[in-house]
Design a protein around this ligand. Structure first.
Ligand code: ADP
Length: 626
């Protein structure tokens, strides 16, 4: 046998396992049984198309064996086995999907966290074993391979004898210590109950030879022992059980293990359908956003089974993009086992199922919104952005599905639905007001927001880039149009104020035109009465708002090419600055130009618009000081 070293990462992980103070060491059994089941899946799956593989489905099994004298626990399967190369790559390196940050020190508290959070596969066996021997043989291969290790010092690898195909893992259980009774893993009852607890739904039988006692023939009170082979798991997949048979904890455990999440789901959804499509679905809403969720690495999809046998790990066609965060399983007897991916895409039955699943998710989200507001808000914080993208994407064809599921921050501090907004609208109010900005704080600084709020109206605060685009796609809700309070169409002034405004703007047309030319970046300058105590603000005319322009500018490749908003500089008519400007127009036009630029810069600052020429601005300011 050849001696080899573990890769650095594997070594650290191993070290963590060996010295672990993790209290749920028992999970090692679940990990090994799952690996065995996956290996059988692989071979079974292959056998569907490879006529050289002749194994009846009923012949697949996982075996557990306890040898108390040798202190070993053996887990074997008749799955796909591993070639010498596979053995080396699979067990010599650890490549857990992005879950480990090996930069942290081996602090035990954090180790516990990692083990608990991610479940760590094969290496977890080192929590209970001080030596592990793996013998494995691929179906149809001539040679078998052995892998053996006592931990961090490395492993040995070579050829060995093994009659049957599949994999056999022998765990040499650690001696008991004061803190830890490792011998429990050599106890039949303990192992039996662990299988029930974690691996009951495994679809292949987990068999073990159990010791039984029976009264001895002819002699009263005396017993004799005999052994019997039993299947320990019920093999009914968890999604096939009725919801009343399964505890919340079992669902949570299943979810965490299956979808590599450290947190229990925020909601479990079960569905059984026997109409146009016969299927069972078990769906989960994760409690938090996966780290790669909003990247192209994230793959949406549900696991697809045909009568309990997996046919696809991530069937993307079962979920619309906007519900892409849902994890889970769909099992249908309507689908053929041998169906190819290409055919599946066009399968009518699959489309029917996808539609029904989508409807179910929507209904469940609506229910949650009604019955569990806190839970819904926490869900929304994790995935709400996706729903808002859903409204905006595909030219808005899904907007009606999603419009009642989205929440927005409101000026009264709460997250609210559009329905809640319209229901609370004042009698004379005909429009839904919103304002957009990077943060709530910045939005609240906008002069127009201050003004509309002070008149007693509620405003939706849009802080996500997609928000305003989504509202534009919606256009209106319940017959009420959306109005950006920083777009000039919103005018809540009284008739008198409007008249005063018009008069002043008409009589100052030359002044305003002069200022516009001096600034050179706005489509108009005007006086307004809608600004409370603020001096100036920016607003926009036409389709594109100032905030939308900012967002479009940020898009990759948009530099310079992004469409521009028609920006209006509004000046508070009731502020002393108004009179000052009129005065300067008569006495000192050069100074007026400078003031115009300064006022525009102020308006930009308060709207969070980048100043194009900070040098000019600082010079103008300094000039004022000296
Ligand atoms: P994971 O199962 O998450 O990939 P593990 O560390 O548990 O990680 O296992 C590493 C790899 O070793 C598996 O992906 C699989 O390819 C292989 N493996 C483990 N156990 C078995 C087994 N019983 N039969 C065949 N291959 C196995």
């Amino acid at each position: 046998m050849k001696k080899k070293q573990f890769k650095t990462e594997s070594k650290k992980l191993l070290d963590m396992m060996i010295n672990s103070i993790y209290t749920h060491k028992e999970i090692f059994l679940r990990e090994l049984i799952s690996n065995a089941s996956d290996a059988i899946d692989k071979l079974y799956f292959r056998s569907l198309t490879d006529t050289n593989i002749n194994i009846g489905r009923e012949d697949y099994a996982i075996w557990l064996k306890i040898d108390r004298d040798a202190r070993t626990l053996t887990i074997s399967d008749n799955g796909c086995g591993m070639s010498a190369d596979e053995l080396e790559t699979n067990l010599g390196t650890i490549a857990k999907s992005g879950s480990f940050d090996f930069k942290r020190d081996n602090e035990s508290a954090e180790d516990v966290d990692i083990i608990g959070q991610f479940g760590v596969g094969f290496y977890s066996a080192f929590m209970v074993a001080d030596k592990i021997t793996v013998r494995t043989k691929q179906y149809g291969a001539d040679v078998a391979n052995i892998w053996e290790s006592e931990g961090v010092d490395g492993y040995r690898i070579g050829e060995c004898d093994k009659e049957s195909f599949g994999t056999e893992i022998v765990l040499h259980i650690k001696p008991d210590t004061d803190d830890e009774k490792y011998s429990q893993y050599l106890d039949e009852h303990r192992i039996t109950s662990l299988v029930k607890k974690y691996s009951d739904y495994i679809r292949y039988p987990i068999k073990m030879e159990l010791t039984r006692r029976k009264p001895k023939d002819g002699s009263e009170g005396e017993y004799e022992e005999y052994t019997e082979i039993e299947t320990l798991n019920s093999m009914v997949p968890i999604w096939k059980k009725s919801q009343t048979e399964v505890t919340d904890e079992e669902y949570n455990e299943f979810y965490k293990e299956k979808f590599f999440d450290f947190e229990a789901p925020i909601k479990v959804i079960t569905q059984k359908s026997e109409g146009t499509a016969t299927y069972t679905a078990l769906l989960f809403l994760p409690a938090h956003t996966p780290f790669n969720y909003y990247t192209k690495d994230y793959e949406k999809g549900l696991e697809l089974y045909s009568s309990g046998v997996m046919i696809m790990e991530k069937c993307a066609d079962l979920l619309p993009d906007y519900f892409g965060f849902v994890r889970g399983i769909v099992d249908s007897s309507d689908l053929s086992l041998n169906i190819s991916r290409e055919m599946l895409q066009h399968d009518r039955q699959l489309k029917v199922i996808a539609k029904a699943v989508e409807k179910k998710i929507k209904t469940e989200l609506e229910k949650m919104l009604k019955a569990d507001r806190e839970g819904y808000e926490s869900f929304f914080n994790a995935f709400g952005l996706q729903l808002k993208y859903g409204i905006y994407s595909d030219y808005g064809i899904h907007k009606d599905t999603l419009k009642d599921l989205v929440l927005f921050r409101s000026s009264n501090g709460k997250l609210i639905t559009l329905k809640e907004y319209t229901e609370a609208m004042r009698e004379e109010q005909n429009e839904i007001y919103y304002a957009a900005g990077e943060t709530v704080e910045k939005i609240e600084m906008l002069p127009q927001v201050d003004s509309v709020k002070s008149k007693g109206y509620e405003i939706l605060y849009l802080t996500d880039d997609v928000d305003e685009f989504a509202l534009r796609v919606l256009g209106s809700y319940d017959g009420k149009e959306f109005k950006n309070v920083t777009a000039d169409a919103v005018d809540l002034s009284s008739e008198d104020e409007k008249n005063a405004e018009k008069e002043k703007n008409d009589s100052s047309a030359d002044l305003l035109e002069y200022m516009k030319e001096a600034i050179g970046k706005v489509s108009s300058v005007k006086f307004t009465t809608a600004l409370n105590n603020h001096t100036v603000c920016l607003s926009s005319e036409g389709e594109l708002s100032v905030e939308m322009e900012k967002i479009l500018k940020k898009m990759p490749g948009a530099e310079g090419a992004a469409p521009k908003a028609s920006v209006v500089l509004e000046i508070n008519l009731n502020h002393p600055i108004a009179a000052k400007l009129s005065e300067l127009y008569e006495s000192d036009k050069e100074k007026l130009s400078k003031y115009a630029k300064l006022l525009y810069a102020q308006a930009c600052l308060i709207s969070g618009v980048a100043i194009d020429d900070p040098k000019e601005l600082t010079e103008l300011m300094t000039e004022l000081m000296i």
